[in-house]
Design a protein around this ligand. Structure first.
Ligand code: RIB
Length: 301
């Protein structure tokens, strides 16, 4: 079960970002389904999961885009609310033509109104799940409620704390896995996260605050797992031609969640997530770049 937002991604490829007051020519544009929660749900469904999503969308063209994407992926939409008085959100995504790296501004739209009541209404679906996963693009109160309900029903919890925001320390003990990237880990802990030793220190800080495990994603270096499940760096799968890194973290989280739900040991689940991320960066877009189960299995083999 995933709690999070859907937005329409509007992705511009250009050699660099313009400075204030400047207009530059782009070299490509694409629009498509996005939002971390929806991306992670689609990644999990493509990776073989049986997935439901808790979110809000508007009654508009971007909302139609969302429903089409979820239908194609086979996601259960019973816990999705159509909000008649707020638009579906959108994200401005800059993708560097030089490196494939990205910078994003996201406006959560209707999903920014996800409430604790919306989450409470989905309690039965959460209780019936093996894994519950959320992020920070919708109100933190909704994330907290989802994590609390999942914990109450013995469901494994994953918090992808993206974007990094200031949160009450009460959230960490509700998490079996906290999955920031390096930038988010630095922001959340207030520690530098550049060397391997610093990554481990940041992971240790999240565990000290109460998370059962910290799982810090490290881009082309892989991911560090630290906590009750042990301590290890799982290397990334080498990728010769990185096209677009947007959504790679979502591919990782969605696939990791599926592997845990299948009962795989945590380190094996991290490797499964790394394989999905490596495949996703070889295609443009976010949700459209999420790999299918067959491709993940081939890479792992
Ligand atoms: O993680 C990538 C996602 O972040 C994009 O799809 C964008 O919508 C933002 O939410």
């Amino acid at each position: 079960m995933v709690l999070g937002i859907f937005v329409a991604d509007l992705a511009f490829r250009a050699p660099r970002l313009p400075v204030m007051g400047e207009t530059i020519l782009g070299s490509g544009f694409a629009s498509g389904p996005g939002g971390k929660g929806s991306n992670q749900a689609i990644a999990a469904a493509r990776a073989g999961g049986d997935v439901g999503l808790i979110t809000r969308i508007g009654n508009d063209a971007f909302g139609t885009m969302a429903r089409q994407a979820w239908q194609e992926a086979g996601i259960d939409t019973a816990t999705i609310v159509t909000d008649e008085s707020a638009p579906t959100g959108a994200a401005f995504i800059f993708v560097s033509t030089e490196t494939g790296d990205n910078a994003i501004i996201v406006e959560s739209g209707a999903a920014g109104r996800l409430s604790t009541a919306d989450v409470a209404r989905a309690e039965a679906a959460i209780a019936g799940a093996r894994v519950f996963m959320t992020q920070f693009e919708q109100p933190i109160g909704a994330a907290l409620e989802g994590l609390r309900l999942a914990r109450r029903h013995g469901v494994t919890t994953i918090l992808n704390p993206a974007p990094a925001v200031a949160v009450d320390d009460a959230i960490w003990p509700l998490c079996d896995y906290v999955t920031p990237n390096e930038t988010e880990a630095a922001s959340l802990t207030g520690l530098p996260v550049e060397t391997d030793a610093q990554v481990l220190a940041a992971a240790n800080e999240l565990v000290r605050r109460g998370a059962r495990n910290a799982l810090i994603t490290l881009g082309e270096k892989g991911a560090l797992l630290h906590g009750a499940a042990g301590t290890a760096i799982v290397p990334a799968f080498p990728v010769a031609n990185v096209v677009d890194t947007t959504g790679a973290g979502d591919a990782f989280n969605g696939a990791f969640a599926v592997a845990l739900a299948e009962g795989r040991p945590p380190l094996e689940a991290v490797r499964f997530g790394c394989a999905a991320a490596a495949l996703s960066v070889q295609k443009p877009g976010t949700a459209p770049s999420m790999p299918g189960r067959a491709a993940i299995d081939v890479l792992l083999a």
